[in-house]
Design a protein around this ligand. Structure first.
Ligand SMILES: [Mn+2]
Length: 330
């Protein structure tokens, strides 16, 4: 167990400003928030003349790599300071970063389910995105926000709020986004790229998921399953699957959308999206996972069908689902 030191924005800023040769680590299955936060922090600290790199997360997608490849550390980089962004749990370190398990100097995070692992922690669970905290650190250090930094932070904040649609969006989120938009980057292109345009592969997998969606608890729960076969047949890659967990929740009457994704023969990754009526972080914690109250995940060591059965069984304990548990057909 590490001796945790909780930091304010000011303390975290001073700490980072006092360090050099900094490695920034993003989480496993990196999303827009972890990547955008890391890129913005990296660029900002570099503008102070520091040596800063991102850990070369093997999970970076093609789209993400286009932005950040040049920021990634080479094999020979030996960090003096290791910083984790948007990482709620040490189990979410990306593959290859295990060597840093006991030596994360500072974690910047916004997950309510955060399990301390770093020597220092700046945690703001009211922040819609980790990018909001990084924004405050950059401002605190008086670093000018360039168009590049603004774009990275905008990606972080917009993706973690599903383009300012989710209930985690606050007035502060909008204030930060408003300032970011005052810098000359093409936010309409970012919005189009992240929230509007769909690849043919995405369309193909969405079609399959929609037609195979199963409903439980009188239509309050919807389950979609992505198997290896589906990925092979549709040729969908990680970019194509971005935020696909939100699909099940998008159906009228659904309070809880569940995505089950086949990992190995006996292992599934589960992502949940919910309305305000159910706290999925708590539900996922029962399966050793976690996240936010409206968006969380866990890993279940069972084949897909059994994973689905186990999750639906667990839901029967919730009073809101208790009265009506039959499966509906589509
Ligand atoms: Mn986040």
């Amino acid at each position: 167990m590490v001796n945790l030191c909780v930091q304010t924005v000011d303390e975290a800023s001073k700490y980072l400003a006092s360090r050099n040769n900094i490695l920034i680590i993003t989480h496993k299955s990196p999303d827009g928030d972890t990547v955008g936060s890391a890129a913005a922090l990296c660029l900002a600290l570099r503008s102070l003349g520091k040596n800063v790199y991102l850990f070369g997360n093997r999970g970076f997608t093609k789209n993400q790599n286009a932005y950040i490849k040049s920021l990634c550390a080479g094999e020979d980089f030996t960090p003096e300071c290791v910083c984790a962004v948007d990482i709620a749990d040490i189990k979410l370190l990306p593959g290859g970063a295990e060597i840093y398990v006991d030596r994360i100097d500072i974690a910047i995070d916004h997950h309510l389910s955060h399990k301390s692992f770093a020597k220092r922690l700046i945690l703001d669970t009211n922040a819609a995105a980790c990018g909001e905290i990084v924004y405050k650190i950059i401002k605190n250090l008086g670093i000018p926000i360039t168009a590049e930094i603004a774009e990275a932070l905008y990606v972080a904040v917009s993706t973690d709020t599903s383009c300012f649609l989710n209930s985690n969006t606050t007035a502060e989120t909008h204030r930060i986004a408003a300032e970011l938009l005052s810098h000359p980057f093409d936010f309409a292109r970012v919005n189009r790229e992240f929230f509007i345009v769909k690849s043919r592969e995405r369309l193909d997998i969405e079609t399959r998921l929609l037609s195979g969606m199963r409903f439980y608890m009188g239509g309050k729960v919807a389950v979609i399953v992505i198997t290896h076969d589906m990925l092979r047949e549709t040729q969908a890659d990680e970019d194509d699957l971005n935020n696909i967990a939100a699909l099940a929740r998008s159906v009228a009457g659904v309070e809880l959308g569940i995505l089950i994704r086949e990992r190995e023969e006996n292992e599934c990754k589960v992502s949940m999206r919910s309305s305000e009526k159910i706290d999925v972080a708590k539900l996922c914690e029962r399966f050793d996972g976690g996240g936010h109250s409206r968006a969380a995940g866990c890993t279940v060591k069972l084949p897909c069908q059994e994973t689905e059965k186990t999750l639906i069984e667990a839901l029967k304990e919730y009073p809101m689902f208790a009265e009506d548990t039959e499966e509906l057909t589509v």
